[in-house]
Design a protein around this ligand. Structure first.
Ligand SMILES: C[S@@+](CC[C@H](N)C(=O)[O-])C[C@H]1O[C@@H](n2cnc3c(N)ncnc32)[C@H](O)[C@@H]1O
Length: 263
Protein backbone atom coordinates (compact mmCIF):
# COMPACT_ATOMS: atom_id res chain seq x y z
CA UNK A 1 0.00 0.00 0.00
CA UNK A 2 1.28 3.49 -0.87
CA UNK A 3 2.24 5.05 2.52
CA UNK A 4 0.57 8.32 1.44
CA UNK A 5 -2.79 6.56 1.02
CA UNK A 6 -3.42 6.62 4.81
CA UNK A 7 -2.98 10.36 5.07
CA UNK A 8 -4.81 11.08 1.81
CA UNK A 9 -7.78 9.09 3.16
CA UNK A 10 -7.56 10.88 6.52
CA UNK A 11 -7.46 14.43 5.10
CA UNK A 12 -10.13 13.65 2.50
CA UNK A 13 -12.58 12.89 5.33
CA UNK A 14 -11.41 15.33 8.02
CA UNK A 15 -12.45 18.92 8.58
CA UNK A 16 -8.91 20.30 8.60
CA UNK A 17 -10.41 23.71 7.98
CA UNK A 18 -12.05 23.74 11.42
CA UNK A 19 -9.01 22.44 13.31
CA UNK A 20 -7.68 25.85 14.27
CA UNK A 21 -11.10 27.54 14.46
CA UNK A 22 -12.05 26.63 18.06
CA UNK A 23 -10.70 28.80 20.85
CA UNK A 24 -8.34 26.06 22.09
CA UNK A 25 -7.30 25.32 18.49
CA UNK A 26 -6.65 29.01 17.85
CA UNK A 27 -3.76 29.04 20.37
CA UNK A 28 -1.50 27.17 17.92
CA UNK A 29 -2.56 29.46 15.04
CA UNK A 30 -2.11 32.69 17.03
CA UNK A 31 1.28 31.54 18.35
CA UNK A 32 2.58 30.54 14.93
CA UNK A 33 1.34 33.78 13.34
CA UNK A 34 2.92 35.80 16.14
CA UNK A 35 6.34 34.29 15.38
CA UNK A 36 5.89 34.59 11.60
CA UNK A 37 5.01 38.26 12.02
CA UNK A 38 8.12 38.79 14.13
CA UNK A 39 10.27 38.03 11.06
CA UNK A 40 8.10 39.25 8.15
CA UNK A 41 9.31 42.27 6.23
CA UNK A 42 7.49 44.26 3.54
CA UNK A 43 7.76 42.54 0.16
CA UNK A 44 8.73 39.14 1.59
CA UNK A 45 7.94 36.08 -0.53
CA UNK A 46 6.47 33.12 1.35
CA UNK A 47 6.27 29.40 0.52
CA UNK A 48 3.91 27.20 2.53
CA UNK A 49 4.64 23.47 2.15
CA UNK A 50 1.76 21.22 3.24
CA UNK A 51 -0.62 24.17 3.27
CA UNK A 52 -3.78 22.19 4.03
CA UNK A 53 -6.85 24.31 3.38
CA UNK A 54 -4.70 27.45 3.52
CA UNK A 55 -5.38 29.07 6.87
CA UNK A 56 -1.84 30.49 7.10
CA UNK A 57 -1.46 31.09 3.36
CA UNK A 58 -4.71 33.06 3.16
CA UNK A 59 -4.03 35.04 6.34
CA UNK A 60 -0.62 36.08 5.00
CA UNK A 61 -1.79 36.77 1.43
CA UNK A 62 -4.57 38.98 2.78
CA UNK A 63 -1.91 41.03 4.53
CA UNK A 64 -0.42 41.65 1.07
CA UNK A 65 2.38 39.07 1.02
CA UNK A 66 2.95 36.97 -2.10
CA UNK A 67 2.36 33.36 -1.06
CA UNK A 68 2.96 30.15 -2.98
CA UNK A 69 1.50 27.01 -1.44
CA UNK A 70 2.12 23.31 -2.05
CA UNK A 71 -0.26 20.62 -0.79
CA UNK A 72 -0.38 16.87 -1.30
CA UNK A 73 -4.11 16.18 -0.92
CA UNK A 74 -6.53 17.30 -3.69
CA UNK A 75 -9.45 17.57 -1.23
CA UNK A 76 -7.57 20.22 0.77
CA UNK A 77 -6.51 22.01 -2.44
CA UNK A 78 -10.18 22.25 -3.53
CA UNK A 79 -11.09 23.90 -0.21
CA UNK A 80 -8.00 26.12 -0.41
CA UNK A 81 -9.11 27.34 -3.87
CA UNK A 82 -12.71 27.92 -2.72
CA UNK A 83 -11.38 30.20 0.03
CA UNK A 84 -9.16 32.23 -2.27
CA UNK A 85 -10.55 35.73 -2.78
CA UNK A 86 -10.38 37.45 -6.19
CA UNK A 87 -7.01 39.18 -6.55
CA UNK A 88 -5.47 37.50 -3.48
CA UNK A 89 -1.70 37.09 -4.13
CA UNK A 90 -1.70 33.34 -3.49
CA UNK A 91 -1.27 30.26 -5.68
CA UNK A 92 -1.57 26.61 -4.67
CA UNK A 93 -0.19 23.61 -6.53
CA UNK A 94 -0.33 19.90 -5.87
CA UNK A 95 3.06 18.58 -4.76
CA UNK A 96 5.10 16.66 -2.24
CA UNK A 97 7.36 18.14 0.43
CA UNK A 98 9.93 15.47 -0.42
CA UNK A 99 10.45 16.80 -3.95
CA UNK A 100 10.14 20.52 -4.56
CA UNK A 101 12.08 20.39 -7.84
CA UNK A 102 9.50 22.71 -9.46
CA UNK A 103 10.70 25.42 -7.07
CA UNK A 104 14.03 27.24 -7.51
CA UNK A 105 16.90 27.45 -5.00
CA UNK A 106 17.17 30.44 -2.65
CA UNK A 107 13.82 31.94 -3.64
CA UNK A 108 11.75 32.53 -0.50
CA UNK A 109 12.21 34.82 2.51
CA UNK A 110 9.90 32.77 4.73
CA UNK A 111 9.24 29.02 4.36
CA UNK A 112 6.54 27.23 6.34
CA UNK A 113 6.65 23.46 6.82
CA UNK A 114 3.67 23.13 9.14
CA UNK A 115 2.33 19.62 8.68
CA UNK A 116 4.36 17.32 6.40
CA UNK A 117 6.68 16.32 9.27
CA UNK A 118 3.61 14.99 11.12
CA UNK A 119 3.36 12.32 8.44
CA UNK A 120 6.96 11.32 7.67
CA UNK A 121 8.23 8.38 9.68
CA UNK A 122 11.79 7.74 8.52
CA UNK A 123 14.53 10.15 9.64
CA UNK A 124 15.79 10.14 6.01
CA UNK A 125 12.38 11.30 4.75
CA UNK A 126 12.05 13.98 7.43
CA UNK A 127 15.54 15.23 6.58
CA UNK A 128 14.67 15.21 2.86
CA UNK A 129 11.63 17.45 3.51
CA UNK A 130 13.70 19.79 5.70
CA UNK A 131 16.53 19.80 3.13
CA UNK A 132 14.11 20.78 0.35
CA UNK A 133 12.58 23.54 2.51
CA UNK A 134 16.06 24.89 3.25
CA UNK A 135 17.10 24.69 -0.44
CA UNK A 136 14.22 26.89 -1.65
CA UNK A 137 14.77 29.47 1.12
CA UNK A 138 17.17 32.34 0.46
CA UNK A 139 20.33 32.58 2.60
CA UNK A 140 19.27 34.49 5.71
CA UNK A 141 15.63 33.48 5.20
CA UNK A 142 13.57 32.03 8.06
CA UNK A 143 12.01 28.57 8.24
CA UNK A 144 9.20 27.32 10.47
CA UNK A 145 8.90 23.56 10.97
CA UNK A 146 6.07 22.06 13.04
CA UNK A 147 5.98 18.71 14.83
CA UNK A 148 3.48 16.65 16.85
CA UNK A 149 4.96 16.07 20.30
CA UNK A 150 4.52 12.65 21.87
CA UNK A 151 4.22 13.52 25.57
CA UNK A 152 1.56 16.20 25.02
CA UNK A 153 -0.47 13.79 22.87
CA UNK A 154 -0.01 10.87 25.23
CA UNK A 155 -1.20 12.92 28.20
CA UNK A 156 -4.09 14.57 26.34
CA UNK A 157 -5.37 11.94 23.90
CA UNK A 158 -4.18 8.99 26.02
CA UNK A 159 -4.38 9.33 29.79
CA UNK A 160 -6.79 12.30 29.80
CA UNK A 161 -9.32 11.59 27.04
CA UNK A 162 -8.85 7.88 26.42
CA UNK A 163 -8.86 8.37 22.64
CA UNK A 164 -5.53 6.54 22.61
CA UNK A 165 -5.40 3.19 24.41
CA UNK A 166 -2.00 3.56 26.10
CA UNK A 167 -1.87 -0.07 27.30
CA UNK A 168 -2.66 -1.31 23.78
CA UNK A 169 -0.01 0.99 22.28
CA UNK A 170 2.56 -0.44 24.70
CA UNK A 171 1.44 -3.99 23.85
CA UNK A 172 1.75 -3.41 20.09
CA UNK A 173 5.12 -1.67 20.45
CA UNK A 174 3.86 1.71 19.31
CA UNK A 175 5.00 3.02 22.68
CA UNK A 176 8.08 1.79 24.51
CA UNK A 177 6.75 0.55 27.88
CA UNK A 178 9.85 1.79 29.71
CA UNK A 179 10.55 5.21 28.18
CA UNK A 180 7.13 5.84 26.59
CA UNK A 181 8.87 6.99 23.41
CA UNK A 182 6.65 6.50 20.34
CA UNK A 183 7.50 4.76 17.07
CA UNK A 184 4.75 5.22 14.50
CA UNK A 185 4.20 3.88 11.01
CA UNK A 186 2.12 5.33 8.12
CA UNK A 187 -0.99 3.37 9.22
CA UNK A 188 -0.80 5.15 12.61
CA UNK A 189 -1.21 8.45 10.73
CA UNK A 190 0.84 10.71 12.98
CA UNK A 191 4.54 10.64 13.78
CA UNK A 192 5.05 11.60 17.44
CA UNK A 193 8.44 12.97 18.44
CA UNK A 194 10.29 14.56 21.35
CA UNK A 195 12.56 17.57 21.28
CA UNK A 196 15.60 15.28 21.47
CA UNK A 197 14.46 13.66 18.18
CA UNK A 198 14.13 17.08 16.55
CA UNK A 199 17.59 18.12 17.79
CA UNK A 200 19.07 14.93 16.32
CA UNK A 201 17.26 15.45 13.02
CA UNK A 202 18.50 19.03 12.73
CA UNK A 203 22.11 18.19 13.69
CA UNK A 204 23.22 17.80 10.07
CA UNK A 205 21.92 21.14 8.81
CA UNK A 206 24.06 24.28 8.88
CA UNK A 207 21.25 26.51 10.16
CA UNK A 208 20.78 28.64 13.28
CA UNK A 209 17.89 27.89 15.62
CA UNK A 210 16.08 31.09 16.63
CA UNK A 211 13.25 29.67 18.73
CA UNK A 212 11.87 26.34 19.85
CA UNK A 213 8.25 26.95 20.78
CA UNK A 214 5.57 24.87 22.53
CA UNK A 215 3.02 26.19 20.05
CA UNK A 216 -0.16 25.13 21.84
CA UNK A 217 1.30 24.32 25.26
CA UNK A 218 -1.46 22.89 27.48
CA UNK A 219 -4.33 24.39 25.43
CA UNK A 220 -5.53 21.05 24.03
CA UNK A 221 -5.07 19.24 27.35
CA UNK A 222 -7.28 21.83 29.10
CA UNK A 223 -9.46 22.59 26.06
CA UNK A 224 -12.77 22.63 27.99
CA UNK A 225 -11.42 25.26 30.38
CA UNK A 226 -9.95 27.33 27.52
CA UNK A 227 -13.22 27.19 25.56
CA UNK A 228 -15.17 28.33 28.65
CA UNK A 229 -12.99 31.40 29.28
CA UNK A 230 -14.53 34.80 28.72
CA UNK A 231 -12.65 37.13 26.36
CA UNK A 232 -10.66 38.85 29.08
CA UNK A 233 -9.54 35.59 30.71
CA UNK A 234 -8.62 34.09 27.33
CA UNK A 235 -6.46 37.15 26.62
CA UNK A 236 -4.75 36.66 29.99
CA UNK A 237 -4.25 32.96 29.17
CA UNK A 238 -2.66 33.95 25.84
CA UNK A 239 -0.38 36.42 27.64
CA UNK A 240 0.68 33.58 29.97
CA UNK A 241 1.16 31.18 27.03
CA UNK A 242 3.22 33.67 24.99
CA UNK A 243 5.35 34.45 28.06
CA UNK A 244 6.11 30.77 28.75
CA UNK A 245 5.98 28.94 25.38
CA UNK A 246 9.78 28.99 24.93
CA UNK A 247 10.55 27.81 28.47
CA UNK A 248 12.62 24.62 28.18
CA UNK A 249 11.05 23.19 31.35
CA UNK A 250 7.59 23.37 29.71
CA UNK A 251 8.51 22.54 26.11
CA UNK A 252 7.72 18.79 26.22
CA UNK A 253 4.16 19.15 27.48
CA UNK A 254 2.62 20.51 24.30
CA UNK A 255 0.71 18.87 21.50
CA UNK A 256 2.60 20.75 18.76
CA UNK A 257 6.02 22.36 18.65
CA UNK A 258 7.50 24.87 16.26
CA UNK A 259 11.18 24.90 15.37
CA UNK A 260 12.18 28.25 13.90
CA UNK A 261 15.57 28.63 12.26
CA UNK A 262 17.57 30.84 9.91
CA UNK A 263 19.30 29.52 6.76
C1 LIG B 1 -2.14 19.14 9.92
S1 LIG B 1 -2.26 19.72 8.29
C2 LIG B 1 -1.59 21.35 8.43
C3 LIG B 1 -2.08 22.31 7.38
C4 LIG B 1 -1.55 23.73 7.52
N1 LIG B 1 -0.14 23.83 7.21
C5 LIG B 1 -1.81 24.22 8.94
O1 LIG B 1 -0.89 24.24 9.76
O2 LIG B 1 -2.95 24.56 9.24
C6 LIG B 1 -0.95 18.87 7.45
C7 LIG B 1 -1.02 19.07 5.95
O3 LIG B 1 0.20 18.60 5.37
C8 LIG B 1 -0.13 17.91 4.19
N2 LIG B 1 0.97 16.98 3.88
C9 LIG B 1 1.31 15.87 4.57
N3 LIG B 1 2.38 15.31 4.01
C10 LIG B 1 2.73 16.06 2.95
C11 LIG B 1 3.76 15.99 1.98
N4 LIG B 1 4.65 15.00 1.98
N5 LIG B 1 3.83 16.96 1.05
C12 LIG B 1 2.93 17.98 1.03
N6 LIG B 1 1.92 18.09 1.91
C13 LIG B 1 1.83 17.15 2.86
C14 LIG B 1 -1.42 17.21 4.52
O4 LIG B 1 -2.13 16.81 3.37
C15 LIG B 1 -2.15 18.28 5.32
O5 LIG B 1 -2.91 19.13 4.51
Amino acid sequence: MNPDSYLIHHYSHYDEDQRLASRHGSVEFLTTMRYIEKYLKPGDRILEIGAGTGRYSHALARRGYEVQAVELVEHNIDIFRKHTLPGEPVTVTQGNALDLSDFPDDAYDITLLLGPLYHLYEPAHKRQAIREAIRVTRPGGILFAAYVISDGCLLDEGFHRGNIDVAEYVKTGLLDGRTFAASSQPKDLFELVRKEDIDQLMDVFPVTRLHYVASDGCALFMREAVDRMDGETFQLYLDYHFATCERPDLAGVTSHALDIFRK
